[in-house]
Design a protein around this ligand. Structure first.
Ligand SMILES: [Zn+2]
Length: 415
């Protein structure tokens, strides 16, 4: 009998889409969820014999495996820098050990030929089922709001480069961050149109654009998709909200509130104050929020110097920054721009909950909502019959104890 065909029973406080079942149970078989609900209902459904082996576990949470849409690496591996799929795998496994069972590997702005090469390499990992696909962060981004992106590699919108990257990624390029005000992005014949035609979701971000420019891109993309687009780490890498120069943030929040946008939040306590995260959940609802890590190579490993594509990054006390001489205009002189996160997605969920976001909402924004963005609702991100048996078990402080992927235990040693 292969590991995948085994019946696995997991018991604990089960976190469902809108409720927590105190004595809950998940029964998996063949790598899929067969049952998820209360022990009482499980007994009624005939799962008594399987349940007998598994005692109640009131001090644990049982969550769907987490889904991270924005992740540049971890465990010392930097997805924008890999030249082989094997080099990227430690980054995938670093996050998987902490409960992220589905992720998009994020690139950063680089020379076109580098982007095409990296897309081809990471597509191998997607074909092998290790990652769900790729997120390209750039290169059609704002110079002023570039954050950690290399200014020399930013460029105007190019539908040719979109086509080259999509071809190299063999169907696995899933999202691309674009700034609406960069020439060649918004409007007929632009990058946003080419992305939608290629089946790639445009994500608005790293933008110094006006409210009107953001609104125009959102309107264009949602009309073409018939579905919401995303905003890349709302607030970070954007012109700040000012009441006389509202910029893109107000437009994104308004779009999210009416269901036309899903906003990423790096709710790690470093990129955003927890009160900002809590307020956005209150404003637009968990179904329009995706919690992400924006993790880079240092996630899960020591402080030090790391690469993020063409840029060098210094990590000090878990905060990654571009060293001061290259600081972007508008950032405090003593601190370079933040250059990605060092948290795992479960840490972001914990931080959001501590900041006042209800547990079921924080979990939904790290599971079912990103799954919906990927078109994987019912497949990942929720413990429902038929879904992949991707499960994260934590203690009552949301520290990972056990991870299953396709119903098979992931080694969490060292997590
Ligand atoms: Zn990023």
């Amino acid at each position: 009998m292969s590991a995948m065909s085994e019946v696995v029973v997991v018991r604990g406080r089960l976190v469902l889409a809108s409720s927590v079942v105190d004595d809950g149970v998940v029964v998996t078989s063949g790598g899929r969820v067969e049952f998820a609900g209360s022990v009482v209902d499980a007994l009624e459904a005939g799962h008594g014999p399987a349940l007998e082996q598994v005692p109640p576990a009131p001090g644990t949470y049982v969550l769907p495996g987490l889904v991270d849409l924005h992740n540049h690496g971890g465990g010392g591996a930097s997805f924008p820098d890999v030249t082989t799929a094997a080099e990227a795998l430690p980054g995938v496994l670093e996050h998987r050990r902490h409960g992220t069972t589905t992720l998009l590997a994020s690139l950063v702005t680089a020379q076109p030929e580098v982007l095409v090469q990296r897309a081809a390499v990471l597509a191998e990992l997607a074909e092998a089922g290790e990652i769900e696909g790729l997120h390209a962060e750039g290169p059609f981004l704002s110079y002023r709001r570039r954050g950690a992106h290399n200014p020399a590699d930013l460029q105007e919108g190019s539908v040719e480069l979109v086509a080259d990257m999509a071809r190299a990624a063999r169907g696995y390029l899933r999202t691309m961050t674009v700034a609406p005000e960069v020439p060649g992005v918004t409007g007929p014949g632009g990058v946003a149109e080419a992305l939608v035609e290629a089946g790639v979701l445009p994500s608005l971000g790293h933008t110094d654009g006006t409210t009107e420019q953001a609104e125009a891109l959102i309107e264009q993309v949602t009309a073409a998709l018939g579905a919401p687009m995303t905003a890349t780490h709302l607030f970070n890498g954007m012109r700040p909200l000012h009441h006389r120069q509202p910029g893109p943030i107000a437009a994104c929040l308004a779009a999210a509130a009416r269901g036309d946008m899903i906003v990423e939040l790096i709710g790690d306590g470093v990129h955003l104050d927890p009160a900002t995260v809590r307020s956005v959940f209150d404003m637009v609802g968990a179904d329009q929020v995706v919690l992400v890590t924006d993790a880079m190579a240092a996630a899960g490993v020591a402080d030090g110097r790391y690469e993020l594509g063409p840029m060098s990054v210094v990590v000090h006390e878990g905060v990654a920054r571009i060293p001061t001489p290259q600081a972007a205009p508008g950032t405090p002189e003593e601190e370079g721009p933040i250059a990605g996160g060092t948290a795992h997605l479960v840490d972001v969920v914990r931080c959001a909950v501590r900041g006042g976001v209800p547990l079921v909402d924080a979990v939904r924004s790290a599971t079912a909502v990103p799954a919906r963005v990927l078109g994987l609702a019912g497949e990942v991100g929720a413990l429902v019959p038929g879904a992949r048996a991707d499960i994260l078990v934590t203690d009552d402080d949301l520290r990972p104890l056990r991870v299953l992927r396709h119903g098979v235990n992931v080694d969490v040693a060292g997590a």
